[in-house]
Design a protein around this ligand. Structure first.
Ligand SMILES: *Cc1c(COP(=O)(O)O)cnc(C)c1O
Length: 807
């Protein structure tokens, strides 16, 4: 980064970046390091964005428009520079300006830290939604926590996962604006005086100050700039001088430490409720700050708190912010002097709740004593809401004690607990699932009783992904080809991709399409060679499974089938095998033993297969470390086959499935989550479906499933399972996988054995399709052509019209 051009050739933009470098970063061109150039570039871009940001905010005020508030404990935004420049349509201009300064924009983009303030799909959805809200010109704020350490960085040591803190703020964060003036007290504990008739006063025992940190979110073509407002915690009493002077430094700084701890880490867990008190504190901290901010803004601009539902739509992204329901009630009753019934009406009309999981262990509930100790006033309000809910319920005909117990906000079975999903459900006018099957299962399983009582409340909003990040930016080659074929309309409305369908019959076009896929595979191969010393053949079929490691996502099914394929290739070297590269990536929750073991197994299997010369390079396996948004942006465009093989009924929607199909990979998948809708859109002949349906899984679980008999009845499966169990892949520790394999024989809750033969047959079907080059190419084009519906613009338009009333 030093071959500067003649000073006279520098454009105003180049000079602006240079000026920022000198006056804001305090470095000159000679001394500047890549991170200095990155910061100078971001500050320069930001300067332009600010104007539009203020304009859009003022216009929203002037119009008295309703705003959307998206509350989420996770925002998996990834890098922002490329996204922002692309949406601002300034990427070429900035690249040229930097070029004049001898700096490469792609190199800067590559060193930007990946903001991983989320675990997986739920957090990534929130990030796609923020981008689509701005694109659709919807006035919106995202509210969350500014974690100092987001998702952990994963290192693989001898095949095992090691977790390291991700220091994404090490070089500062030039995107953010700290708003010291937007600060709120958030209290915990203490006591409540007064009663429901008189004035109630909550005197918390401790408090922290929540301070807003804002990041601008630029919509496509820069139409609108919205705000992602993340809260950081500041101690009210950062230094107790008396303690300090006594020499008790720990006590002197205790408050500071408590505040910092609140925003220190993201819980690295996307499917089981973290039982820790800290988690509940985090949830209340960001909920309280956000609701206070929303109420403050409403009163400031509209005066009358009673009009809140006309001017604010608050969406709860899963139950993590569900305590917001009680927090709004508290503010309306204790601070704005409304009666209970009026407050409840306002609350219900303001909130919507999105459910993300049916896994019973993931439905959040808090031990009642903990909830009461931390949030005594909210506990009273939960009781009051519950009393009203159950009173109304008892008036309905045919409601028995069982239904009452199921709907109650308090779980009375065993240790009493506060059910956050029931609180969110009761406090919202809309409760939505995230794919058609998921919504149907919500009605028939976990929320069956609530659904009977509130039959109009549950609705579906199938997830989507932003085509800006997940096509235009991550796959510029394909984007250019599509523009050449069908023009630019798809950039402003992904539905227009359907115009691509006729090109599936055009051999010259499909060949160019395939050439772009191949160059993406070459780029990924080079990256993996550089990053992990892996050598892979870009002409092999790239078979990719990247997502959180979880038993329900069934990486194990894929690994066992890989072992079976390895056996088959060795037994039948004379057959025409399709050369395959199997790529895995994903993080395991640190406390999730089996998930960690599955990572080790993938690495053990990879080592053995990759070092076996007898299979002639027909099969390669790799586990790519540290899966995150940036890695997904490299792997998705290079995939030929997308593995979406969850146990049917367990993946609420999936969004990884959408990214791959939009980039011309074929899906091998179960009839689960949004796979079903993807099948409906791309057509049965352009997707490979296998396995049990959700109904069949439920029926098997209800009785009569004998996995041992299934394993013993399948020669391929038993050979693979026995090889793994007996230590063929772990000679250093032959017993390593005995327990994991015994679990398949014993219960096989995730139906790995039940689906194995069907999956293996589907994989051989994939081989056959791959050999039919023309047929494969046609199918990949038809996938891209029919994936426009899965744009998060469509999803957000549905939320806007049907839940929020803002479009
Ligand atoms: C899209 C995405 C996910 C969600 O993937 P699924 O396959 O739907 O589980 C998780 N993590 C990252 C980094 C993503 O980009």
């Amino acid at each position: 980064m030093n071959a500067q051009t003649d000073v006279r050739e520098r454009s105003p933009l180049a000079l602006a970046i240079l000026d920022t470098l000198v006056h804001r970063i305090g470095k000159d061109e000679q001394a500047a390091r890549p991170h200095d150039w990155l910061a100078a570039t971001i500050f320069t871009v930001r300067n332009e964005i600010i104007e539009r940001w203020m304009e859009t905010t003022k216009a929203t005020h002037a119009a008295g428009a309703k705003r959307v508030y998206y509350l989420s404990l996770e925002f998996l935004i990834g890098r922002l520079l490329r996204d922002t420049l692309a949406n601002w349509e300034k990427r070429e201009a900035i690249a040229e300006a930097l070029g004049q300064l001898g700096v490469s924009l792609p190199e800067l983009e590559e060193i930007e830290p990946d903001a991983a303030l989320g675990n997986g799909g739920l957090g990534r959805l929130a990030a796609c939604f923020m981008e689509s809200l701005a694109t659709l010109d919807v006035p919106a704020y995202g509210y969350g926590i500014r974690y100092v350490n987001g998702m952990f960085r994963q290192r693989i040591d001898d095949g095992w996962q090691t977790e390291l803190p991700e220091t994404w703020l090490a070089h500062g964060n030039p995107w953010e604006f700290e708003r010291r003036e937007s600060a709120y007290f958030v209290g915990f504990g203490g006591e409540v005086t007064g009663n429901e008739q008189g004035h109630v006063h909550w005197k918390p025992a401790e408090a922290v100050e929540a301070t807003a940190v804002d990041t601008p979110v630029v919509g496509w073509r820069g139409k609108r700039v919205n705000t992602l407002r993340l809260w950081t915690a500041i101690s009210l009493d950062p230094l107790k001088l008396d303690a300090f002077n006594r020499g008790d430094f720990q006590a002197a700084l205790a408050d500071q430490l408590r505040a910092e701890t609140l925003v220190r880490v993201l819980y690295p867990n996307d499917s089981t409720a973290a039982g820790q008190e800290l988690r509940l504190r985090q949830e209340y901290f960001f909920s309280s700050a956000s609701i206070q901010d929303i109420v403050r803004r409403h009163v400031q601009y509209f005066g009358d708190i009673r009009t809140l539902p006309d001017k604010a739509a608050i969406q709860l992204n899963d139950t993590h912010p569900a305590v917001s329901v009680a927090e709004l009630m508290r503010l309306l009753i204790d601070h704005h002097d409304l009666g209970f019934d009026e407050a409840w009406g306002i609350t219900q009309r303001t909130f919507g709740y999105t459910n993300h999981t049916l896994l019973p262990e993931a439905l959040e509930s808090w031990p009642l004593p903990l909830f009461e100790r931390l949030l005594p006033r909210h506990m009273q309000l939960v009781y009051a809401i519950n009393a009203k809910l159950l009173r109304d319920l008892r008036r309905q005909p045919g409601v028995d004690d069982r239904a009452i117990a199921a709907v109650s906000l308090i779980d009375e079975g065993g240790e009493r607990r506060v059910r956050m999903a029931n609180l969110a459900f009761a406090g919202s006018h809309s409760v939505n699932g995230v794919a058609a099957l998921h919504t149907q299962l919500m009605k028939s399983t976990v929320f069956a009783d609530l659904h009977r009582v509130f039959p109009d409340r549950i609705n579906n909003k199938t997830n989507g992904i932003t085509p800006r990040r997940w096509l235009q930016e991550c796959n510029p080659g394909l984007t250019a080809l599509i523009r050449e074929a069908i023009g630019d309309a798809f950039l402003d409305g992904a539905d227009a991709l359907t115009a691509l369908a006729p090109f599936a019959q055009d051999a010259a076009f499909t060949e160019r399409f395939a050439a772009i896929k191949r160059s993406n595979k070459v780029a990924l191969a080079e990256h993996l060679k550089e990053a992990m010393g892996l050598r892979i053949d870009p002409d092999a079929l790239f078979d990719v499974q990247i997502k959180r490691i979880h038993e329900y996502k069934r990486q194990l099914l894929n690994i066992i089938e890989t072992v079976a394929l390895y056996d088959q290739i060795r037994s039948h070297p004379e057959r025409e095998w399709t050369p395959r590269v199997k790529l895995f990536a994903g993080k395991a929750a640190s406390s999730y033993h089996n998930a960690r073991l599955i990572i080790k197994l993938a690495n053990d299997v990879a080592r053995r297969i990759n070092s076996d010369p007898s299979i002639g390079g027909l099969l390669k396996v790799a586990f790519v470390p540290n899966y995150n948004v940036s890695l997904a942006e490299k792997m998705v465009p290079a995939a030929d086959l997308s593995e979406q093989i969850s146990t049917a009924g367990m993946e609420a929607s999936g969004t990884g499935n959408m990214k791959f199909a939009l980039n011309g990979a074929l899906t091998i998948g179960t009839l689960d989550g949004a796979n079903i809708e993807i099948k409906d859109h791309v057509g049965d002949e352009n997707i490979v479906i296998f396995g049990l349906t959700a109904d069949e899984v439920a029926a098997k679980r209800a009785g009569g499933y004998d996995p041992r008999a299934v394993i013993e009845g399948s020669a391929e499966l038993s050979q693979a399972v026995n090889a793994i169990a007996s230590g063929v892949f772990s000679p250093d520790d032959p017993a390593r996988y005995r327990g994991l394999m015994a679990g398949l024989y014993d219960h096989d809750w995730f139906m790995v054995a039940a689906d194995f033969d069907s999956y293996a047959a589907a994989q051989r079907d994939v081989d056959a399709r791959w050999s039919d080059t023309a047929g494969w190419r046609r199918a990949t084009v038809l996938n891209v052509a029919n994936m426009g519906w899965f744009s998060s613009d469509r999803t957000i338009a549905e939320y806007a019209r049907e839940i929020w009333g803002v479009m």
